[in-house]
Design a protein around this ligand. Structure first.
Ligand code: PMP
Length: 309
């Protein structure tokens, strides 16, 4: 994976090295920034890069900025246009991970207001082994920060230190990824991904009031499960003790896509291999993302196309 040569800063394409913020900025000092991670999928047959569910991500970026009372707001249409400019300037022809960040540039103390910057990067991203082989998960002793303290629904950079502690613990203890419980002791999510399990043939997942990000992938998967795979979906509280009863389990998210979970706390899920329904879902999900399945064209933003804007 090569470092890109350019990025987008306040709508201008600049050399990669210029993507800096000052050490006194509120973004640096307090994590006063909000962001979105998006995926672009290359389709060889179409000679096209499709960005998955761009409007939904960029509307959430708008929501996060409004929530933080930023003085000026980068609206979805503007960010989309800058993102398309960058991907075209880079002539992206492979799978990419795109990050759009709106941040407080100034050093206001304690970072309440100030000028807002926008940075967009796109980095090539190969398919990780974990999507194929699955991951081991650990129920973390770190609690998910509750909505009354730092809402996970808002994609604030600073939030990610909570999941980071859990991820560090999981790694130190020999697991691939953590699963976090919330202040009520109910299952919440992983550091950057949501949790879904298959129990009695139904897909069960924490509802959106369990201190999770309202994941766009989760919403996509709910639709696919219900409409394309005729699987019943239940959003509710999940107890820790239920995890052992799951036939299958997986993480989902823009970066984690659909990643099977093969064990939790060293107890195997199913037969310890990625489950059949998870496999079927992965195939369908990736097909929709890269456009090899024609359905849901409205979820794919074609980049190398003048109709894209
Ligand atoms: N939860 C958290 C905390 C995340 O950061 C992410 C990644 N954005 C997700 C869940 C998955 O959300 P999405 O499907 O919208 O990427």
């Amino acid at each position: 994976m090569e470092t890109p040569t350019v990025l987008s800063l306040d709508g201008q394409i600049v050399p990669w090295e210029q993507g800096t913020v000052h050490v006194t900025s509120a973004a640096f000092k307090y994590g006063a920034s909000v962001f979105e991670g998006l995926r672009g999928y290359w389709n060889q047959a179409d000679q096209q890069l499709y960005v998955f569910r761009a409007p939904e991500h960029l509307h959430r970026l708008e929501y996060s900025q409004r929530f933080h009372r930023f003085d000026t707001i980068y609206d979805a249409a503007t960010v989309s246009s800058h993102m398309v400019d960058l991907l075209r300037a880079m002539d992206c022809r492979s799978n990419v991970h795109i990050v759009t960040t709106a941040y407080l540039k100034g050093g206001a103390n304690p970072g309440v207001t100030g000028p807002v910057g926008l940075a967009i990067t796109a980095v090539e991203r190969a398919a990780p082994d974990w999507v194929k082989n699955g991951v081991s998960a650990q129920v973390s002793s770190w609690m998910r920060v509750p909505d009354q303290a730092m809402p996970m629904r808002v994609k604030t950079t600073a939030n990610y230190n909570n999941g980071r502690l859990a991820a560090l613990q999981a790694t130190a203890d020999g697991y691939d990824a953590p699963l976090m419980l919330n202040a009520r002791g109910k299952l919440s999510e992983g550091p950057g991904m949501c949790f879904i399990m298959i129990r009695d043939g139904k897909a069960v997942m924490p509802s959106i009031t369990n201190d999770i990000l309202e994941s766009i992938t989760r919403e996509t998967i709910i639709k696919i499960l219900r409409e394309d795979m005729s699987i019943e979906v239940i959003e509710r509280d999940i107890d820790r003790s239920e995890l052992v009863a799951a036939e299958e389990a997986f993480f989902c998210g823009t970066a984690w896509e659909v990643t099977p979970i093969t064990s939790i706390d060293r107890l195997t899920i199913g037969n310890g291999q990625p489950g059949p329904l998870t496999r079927q879902l992965q195939k369908h999900y990736f097909g929709i993302c890269d456009g090899s399945i024609a359905k849901h064209a409205e979820w794919r933003l074609p980049i190398h196309d003048h109709r894209a804007r």
